[in-house]
Design a protein around this ligand. Sequence first.
Ligand code: SF4
Ligand code: SF4
Length: 326
Amino acid sequence: MPGAGRLDFPIREVLSQELSGAGFFGFAFLSSAKVCGILKENEADATPWASYLGEGCGGIAAVALQYGEGIYSPPNWAQPYLGYQGAKEVHLARFCRADWYAELKDRLGVAVKATVARAATAGIQLPAPRKWKRLANSRLPERPLAIAAGLGFQGKNNLLIAAAKNGSAKPGFSSAVVLGLLVCPEEIELEPETAQECNPNFPGCGTCGRCISACPTGALSPLGNKFLRERCIQHWTSQDESPPGDIGKARESRLYGCDICLEACPYFFTDALAQAKPGRLGQRLPAAYFRASEPDRIQADLKKTALGPRWISKKSLKRFAEGLGT
Ligand code: SF4
Ligand code: SF4
């Protein structure tokens, strides 16, 4: 295509096709100017922005990947501790039964490579795939960015309820998703109206309050839909300190995460066919493994899983499993 210019290539349209092909439940775009506005509104620390966004942010794609039930066998390192009768088990919320964040980044990589390759075929040179930053579980305010992009709406459970892309055979909305961001090094030709095109059609929570009633610790306040982080089991499962007594009791055998409010939600649809290859842990692990292993060992074994980040205290996971008894 001799003489083709960058503007001859519909980058957002092609990227959308490739994101659909990579199996994303939903995605939406936000211009670089709006990204900056949302970051300022959320008072995000300027240092991580720079490292996350780099100098060439031409807008972002906010993406939602629907996760599955995560019924996997425990990993090899847990196997020796399985199997004796009455042995205690610890449980994991669905979003962390495999490393859906790594899966999301892998799929973004596939979509970007295909987009860049299609541009090359059309005689257009887009920045190399490594210059498209793929973020998940980052320090950026991912949920506000996704909502501003039009990816979904915020539920009273303090989570994003994502809208499926048109034409999807899946349910129209789902809160069983992990979020990620693709920072595009080229401007993605976003018209203001397209960024907001879906928002007026989102149903929202309406009068539903099932998550508020279901939460055993009162973390979801009906007054002003406030989320009280210090009352949330999920928050405490990553902390070094032990939770207050009543929250510890309500935690039961949850090692990491809490699905109670999600399970109560009429928008909670997992994808029965979804599979994540990286970091499979399954829904339960033997408590004896944590009792027998030092925090450094636990950190090493969990490294390439959703529980791998160092801010998830391995000392606390061990202490929790020890507290369950034998
Ligand atoms: S994750 Fe658990 S503790 Fe936190 S708000 Fe939901 S139900 Fe309540
Ligand atoms: S349970 Fe009801 S109120 Fe809570 S997030 Fe779901 S739809 Fe909204």
